[in-house]
Design a protein around this ligand. Structure first.
Ligand code: PMT
Length: 217
């Protein structure tokens, strides 16, 4: 199967939510999984737009890369990249962002033992793409879970109205964040189920894109 003639948008990496000019709230995503997905899609012939959070990875060949920092910027870049045949949300997007970014470095005051941050919800990019008027034919999410992996992944599949979700365990060595290897459990809203790996992320990405291209027909 080939993805020739298909347009694929992939999001990858973390988002950084700035608190002040020197601090941010981030997460452990290295971008390896999403970059491997973008690379696999390009090698299978797709036109690929990769919306990348702040990571130190080279751009895969034949991929158009759009660098972003925050969840708000990722949201804008993904929506601007529509329409597409497929959207794959492999990014670890912050669910909350500071209500306001302090213009100067937040200073400790004498006697200050705690600091309370006020955070507000970020837009759910994946859920929005799934109900967008220009919804891609296939909307594929990832679920990063420390426990109850299948249960939580299936919950996201339904709630976000996705076609497929690729669940991976985080918080353990050899899968999820930062590692070169991973294991995915892929669930479809039509009852589809497939375990991929453990294997290098490059290989898992190839397997995932094969599933996707088969579904596109
Ligand atoms: O980058 P690596 O170090 O290689 O690690 C890979 C990975 C663990 C980051 C990747 O495999 C992965 O699981 N990505 C999704 C991480 C995540 O944020 O999962 P989640 O369960 O919190 O979110 C579910 C889905 O909703 C994801 O597709 C996410 O991109 C999307 N989402 C979440 C919040 C939000 N505001 N907008 C979104 O689009």
């Amino acid at each position: 199967m080939s993805l020739r003639g298909r347009r694929v948008i992939v999001s990858a990496g973390p988002t950084f939510e700035d608190l002040d000019p020197v601090r941010f709230i981030g997460n452990r995503s290295s971008g390896k999984m999403g970059f491997a997905v973008a690379d696999a899609a390009a090698r299978q012939g797709a036109e690929v737009v990769l919306v990348a959070g702040p990571v130190a990875l080279p751009t895969p060949a034949n991929v158009t890369r759009i660098d972003v920092r925050s969840a708000a910027q990722m949201h804008a870049a993904v929506l601007a990249a529509l329409p597409a045949d497929v959207y794959i949300g492999a990014a670890a997007v912050a669910d909350f962002t500071p209500r306001a970014v302090a213009p100067g470095k937040i200073k400790k005051q004498a006697g200050m033992d705690t600091l309370v941050l006020e955070l507000v919800r970020t837009p759910d990019i994946l859920a929005e793409v799934a109900v967008h008027p220009r919804r891609p034919r296939l909307v594929v999410g990832f679920a990063a879970e420390t426990d109850h992996v299948e249960q939580y992944a299936r919950g996201k599949l339904e709630k976000k109205q996705l076609d497929l979700i690729a669940a991976n365990r985080v918080g353990v060595a050899g899968s999820g964040f930062e590692s070169d290897e991973n294991a995915l459990a892929v669930y479809g809203r039509d009852g589809f189920e497939r375990a991929l790996g453990p294997a290098p992320k490059i290989q898992l990405a190839d397997n995932l894109l094969e599933l996707i291209s088969t579904r596109l027909g």
